[in-house]
Design a protein around this ligand. Sequence first.
Ligand SMILES: Cc1cc2nc3c(=O)[nH]c(=O)nc-3n(C[C@H](O)[C@H](O)[C@H](O)COP(=O)(O)OP(=O)(O)OC[C@H]3O[C@@H](n4cnc5c(N)ncnc54)[C@H](O)[C@@H]3O)c2cc1C
Length: 276
Amino acid sequence: MDAIIIGGGPAGISCAIWLKKLGVECVVLEASAQLGGLQTRSPYENLWIPGVQGKTGQQVAASLADHAKAVSVDVRLNCPAVSVEEQQVTTPIGTFSAPYLVIATGSQPRTGGFTASDRVVIGPGTGMEALNVKGKRVAILGGGDNAFDQARFVRDRGGKVTIFSRRPPRAQKLLQDMIPDVPVVVGPYKADQSAMTLNGEAFDAFGIMFGFEAVVPQGLRPDLENGYIRVDRFGQTSLPGVYACGEVTDYWHPCVTTSAAHGIQVAKQISIKLQK
Ligand SMILES: Cc1cc2nc3c(=O)[nH]c(=O)nc-3n(C[C@H](O)[C@H](O)[C@H](O)COP(=O)(O)OP(=O)(O)OC[C@H]3O[C@@H](n4cnc5c(N)ncnc54)[C@H](O)[C@@H]3O)c2cc1C
């Protein structure tokens, strides 16, 4: 085994497909039951991958999984890296070790101290879409693109939505202009999850849209930058033999295409190193 990839999102799968095609033995350890990472929680059409049209995020995730299967990538699902020490990765099914380690663990929505429940959804996507919002009062907390996108989707499904943003919203003007009818309350607010109130006003559901944070595996201590793993232009971290790609770094604007490209860059670097 030459390389262990932790995380089977677009970055990790792309890295694995390229490693496989470059003749490098690798394994993908994926914590969840399916490949595709954050794309698995997007029922929305992905309009942002050059050359790919008419697919939802979930279909993009399925395509990535199909591609990994077609080239026989060794994938272990339901296999979280519980701890990582140097190039040794401990999982519930045993320990993996290899000279190269690729951290592709991506990011997760910030909770802001809220706990997910049947009325409180953390982050955009499938959780929000599963809420029955018709005629219901929904508070969206946050002021970024996801807050305005999700507010629009709730409104379009017949919900009575209000956005609460502590600071002036930083969402793209384009998205803000799409929902002129949705009230936006700017300034400090007091949210009480157990009473489901915001500033004392009752709501049926909260959508928490506080952005994302990097998921850094336990035990690994690479240099970070703003909470994300710092990498050089080859995807090398501050730790020898440890690379990182995709949204766990803050190297490029986060999206499927850049995450995949980052995984490919790392795969190529590892294959070059192995040839030396
Ligand atoms: C609702 C939604 C809609 C989106 N829409 C678009 C879009 O239209 N176009 C676009 O380009 N981008 C979109 N994105 C962003 C895109 O999904 C991400 O940029 C991309 O998935 C990041 O890829 P990644 O592989 O770096 O990380 P992730 O997708 O986060 O994948 C990381 C993987 O690592 C796994 N993992 C984490 N910790 C461990 C561990 N300890 N052990 C093993 N596995 C672990 C996770 O389970 C996950 O599968 C969207 C995101 C969301 C949430």
